[in-house]
Design a protein around this ligand. Structure first.
Ligand code: UDP
Length: 250
């Protein structure tokens, strides 16, 4: 059955709950067919709407989840509600617990060397039976890409978490998906910083009120430039809604 999606600025975001995404991942792992998951926030969707090459890349992914309250808001605004946020960090934490239970091999690619190392150690102390088949930091140069890809290929992970920042991680996954020999590769942004404990998530009340972006902005003011995409995203979604209302009347 085709997956129900909501087109937000031309990007098809899956109408799936976290549990449904987990079930989808399990099926893909059982099928042994490589899959690319994008956890898309409002910023990347807006950038993709402005940059055809990035838009094409996202549309070629196998699954796009709603990473953030901005995307869920857009679904509501477009009268196609998304069931809930499925963020990169939440999805990673859920998948790591499943992987430990189901003996899936996982691989961590991305973040600073000391951060990814700490993320691996802290994850193993939480899930001692988890098979982490390898890890590598995300500050490799072009000449090292083949080696990085070959190491992942040898490790044959069922789940590959790629935390190089968006959209670099999406380009990396798409370009190398076949050679990586991973079942499911997911772009997860700053997730390893959270797993390592070097970055904190917003308090739950802020997450529940859709204010995680404000918390991140206060902690990392250098994100201000990037966050200017948010009001542009809101305006573009309102334009899309108006255009679709106009079409409904014809
Ligand atoms: N990063 C990396 N290689 C780079 C640039 C960034 O591995 O060349 C990592 C960075 O250390 C951080 C993550 O990518 O762990 C990006 O985090 P951010 O919160 O900016 O994610 P985004 O919001 O872009 O998804």
């Amino acid at each position: 059955m085709p997956m129900k999606t909501v087109s937000i600025l031309g990007i098809p975001v899956a109408c799936l709950t976290m549990q449904q995404v987990l079930a989808w991942v399990e099926k893909r792992i059982e099928a042994g067919k490589p899959a690319h998951i994008v956890t898309a926030n409002a910023e990347i969707i807006y950038r993709a709407s402005r940059k055809p090459e990035l838009g094409k890349l996202l549309r070629q992914a196998d699954l796009i989840t709603a990473d953030g309250s901005g995307v869920v808001w857009a679904g509501r605004k477009l009268n196609s509600p998304l069931p809930e946020r499925v963020t990169g960090v939440d999805l990673t934490q859920q998948l790591l617990a499943w992987a430990a239970e189901k003996s899936w091999r996982v691989y961590f690619l991305g973040a600073k060397p000391e951060v990814v190392e700490k993320a691996v150690l802290r994850t193993l102390s939480k899930h001692p039976q988890l098979q982490i088949s390898g890890y590598h930091h995300g500050y490799f140069v072009k000449q090292e890409i083949d080696q990085v890809v070959s190491n992942i290929h040898k490790a044959k992970p069922h789940l590959l978490f790629v935390a190089l920042g968006a959209p670099r991680q999406e380009y990396f996954i798409q370009e190398h998906l076949e050679q990586l020999a991973a079942s499911v590769a997911i772009g997860v942004g700053g997730t390893f910083d959270v797993l390592a404990g070097t970055a904190q998530r917003a308090p739950l009340w802020m997450q529940q009120r859709g204010l995680e972006w404000l918390y991140r902005l206060c902690r990392q003011p250098r994100r201000l430039g990037r966050m200017l995409a948010l009001p542009c995203f809101v305006r573009a979604v309102c334009r899309q809604r108006k255009a679709s209302q106009g079409l409904d009347k014809t």
